[in-house]
Design a protein around this ligand. Structure first.
Ligand SMILES: NC(=O)c1ccc[n+]([C@@H]2O[C@H](COP(=O)([O-])OP(=O)(O)OC[C@H]3O[C@@H](n4cnc5c(N)ncnc54)[C@H](OP(=O)(O)O)[C@@H]3O)[C@@H](O)[C@H]2O)c1
Length: 349
């Protein structure tokens, strides 16, 4: 078994990854639930295809036959990660995905023992969320081994894809999330505001329930984690408003109205928009005796980065370089993994 499948290949991000895979002379099998879209993409790229939905374990098992490594790009992952990872454990297929959803990371982390027993790698989050920030977290812990607190954050002017917006919509009424003394804790949306220099001068940033509140704990062992996103006034005000309107945002008619608005937008940023966008990461580790380490990273646009990091991760798993069990990207490949991607830089304060 040496085959590699990209599932959700017909999505905006899945097709970016499939095209990049072909450019890198990888020959993935393309998987997805909508046969016609899959046939069109696989035909264009000259790749094998398998259409199957995630509604029945039997169909997934059949779809994954002989697949050594799966890269799941079908999100929201709250709906796809569990059935796919479960099938991978039964089938002996290594599982990777590009989720950034904290609940999904936690669910897969809880399957660590089963994954070890099955000899299967469970490696979620191999995209923009969380590769750069996870590498930054481990780098900071390396510089300050006594760290007990991590603050991580990013700034990006790039547009979101429809799939990312739909995934964010699922959580919009759920408030914020931080890690405190090793445990995930729900907090009000945008519970903290902080002025951060991400590398382009000071910017106001708010806390968000980003995937690192889950993953950075497994990567570093640091039990207190918050994640910030630079946000203009309108986003900060909107995020705070969700504290009072969460009941309304949960209402089916509001969710459906917002879904329709998202689906009416283009699938994602154009190639030109992505080429012009840069992303800025900042991280700070602190310890109880006043020790502090700060570092910054710059990366290409999040979707281009996702294509590069997810394929680099998949290639290593295909080569047998990762041991079985639940892994975070930096746990699997080290803090410098992200620096292998063209256009990524890191500086220490
Ligand atoms: N971690 C990161 O940095 C990162 C980066 C990019 C994207 N993402 C995440 O990746 C996901 C996809 O984003 P996108 O922009 O590619 O979205 P998209 O264009 O809407 O594509 C979604 C893909 O997932 C498939 N899909 C959705 N739900 C499914 C289900 N229940 N069963 C089977 N297939 C399903 C869709 O199939 P159909 O075409 O048949 O509907 C489509 O192929 C989102 O959750 C997004 O947040 C994460």
């Amino acid at each position: 078994m040496s085959s590699f499948m990209i599932y959700g290949a017909t999505g905006y991000t899945g097709s970016l990854i499939a095209r990049e895979a072909v450019r890198q002379a990888m020959h993935p099998i393309l998987g997805g639930r909508t046969a016609e879209r899959l046939a069109s993409l696989a035909g264009e790229l000259g790749l094998e295809r398998r259409a199957f939905s995630l509604d029945s374990p039997g169909a997934i098992a059949d779809g994954l036959r002989d697949v050594h490594t799966l890269l799941n790009c079908a999100g929201p992952f709250s709906r796809t990660a569990r059935p796919m990872a479960d099938a991978c454990l039964r089938n002996g297929t290594h599982y990777l995905d590009i989720t950034g959803e904290a609940d999904v990371f936690e669910a897969l982390a809880a399957w660590d023992a089963q994954a070890r027993d099955a000899g299967v790698v469970l490696l979620p989050g191999v995209g923009f969320d969380v590769v750069p920030s996870d590498c930054l977290a481990v780098h900071l812990k390396r510089r300050l081994p006594t760290a007990t607190r991590l603050a991580l954050g990013f700034q990006s002017a790039g547009r979101l894809s429809r799939g990312t917006a739909l995934t964010a919509l699922e959580r919009v009424a759920g408030g914020g999330l931080v890690r405190e003394n090793g445990l995930l804790k729900s907090v009000p949306a945008a519970s903290k505001t902080r002025v951060i220099d991400f590398g382009k001068g000071p910017a106001r940033a708010i806390t968000i329930p980003w995937g690192d509140v889950a993953t950075a704990f497994y990567s570093t062992g640091v039990g207190n984690i918050e994640v910030y996103m630079a946000a203009p006034w309108s986003i900060r005000a909107g995020a705070r408003l969700t504290r009072w309107l969460h009941w309304l945002l949960r209402a089916t008619f509001v969710q459906n109205w917002l879904r329709r608005r998202i689906l009416a937008r283009p699938p994602g940023p154009t190639e030109d928009e992505r080429r012009q966008n840069r992303c800025y990461f900042w991280g700070e580790a602190t310890d109880p005796s006043g020790g502090k380490a700060v570092a910054r990273q710059q990366t290409p646009d999040g979707y281009d980065l996702t294509a590069e990091t997810s394929l680099a991760a998949a290639a290593r798993v295909l080569n047998g370089a990762v041991s079985a069990g639940f892994k975070t990207p930096a746990k699997a490949f080290g803090a410098d993994f992200v620096l292998e991607i063209a256009g990524v830089t890191r500086t220490d304060d």
